[in-house]
Design a protein around this ligand. Sequence first.
Ligand code: F6P
Length: 319
Amino acid sequence: MNRIGVLTSGEDAPGMNAAIRAVVRSGLYYDIEMVGVKYGFQGLLNESIERLDAVSVGSILQRGGTVLQSYITGEISTEDGQNKAIENLKKLEIDALVVVGGKEALSVTQSLASRGFPCIGIPATIDNDIPGVEETIGFDTALNTVIDYIDRIRDTASSHEKTSIIEVAGKDTGNLALYSGIAGGAESIVIPEKKEDVESILDQVKSGNGAERRYSIIIVAEGSVAGIDLNAKLKEEAGIESRVTVLGHTQRGGSPTARDRVLASRLGAYAVDLLINDEVGKLVGMKNNQPVYYDLDEVFSQEFRIDEAMYQLSGRLSL
Ligand code: F6P
């Protein structure tokens, strides 16, 4: 193996840069030439690559976002797009590709691998929704960001005895809402996987406005109900005035936590180890604090599910 390419695709996640650095420096450690593909898979289609040395990935470990940029593209999801990408990879003499990204990026990686191109996927998304993977790069940072906001909002909500709705990321899954709700002590958590719970939120908040609870923090995942819609319902159906805070992209940015930096460093290095050992078409992750790999085909034959025990726990603790 003479030349490895690395790219980041889809929505950015804190720790992507730490992963790029680890991939590049591990490749150089094995005397492999390393190239970065700019703008995700789009850069493969446009042949936009740059050589990366040890210095060019210096001082990026602590930065959020991705220095290779990212792009959400439709073209790479088509058969023609994928054939062109593989053609270009060959033309650019790239022998293997490491892709850092979430569900969509990893699914394209699986397709390229199934077409015979050597690829490894590294899971990075604040949603933490890759089947079988314990924790994705970026989740811990986003979780800490959300908790910081919950704590701040709780100060005000408790001082004024108000209900506060905090809308967090999660179009398809409520994982971030669930974990941040537990860690931030939310009174209610609304997630897409349990949509029917919106009505019971009204009941919970109504009863909470009695003697025992004078204020409520409600965490909603964006894919369940929009914060402003819940706000309107609370007013209409229960006469409750609430405030809405939509955390939006604040959750995607920021310097990665130590946990995400270490995770990204370990997974990045391990991805290159796999390529060196001719293990391709894999997704890397951690199990029992050790890096492990999964077949990409197997990963995408499963569906992601939230941890039901965590959901039960949130109900038990929030009263
Ligand atoms: O992947 C992270 C994420 O925040 C998702 O939870 C969400 O659905 C998506 O990004 C939203 O991205 P954007 O607001 O840029 O469309």
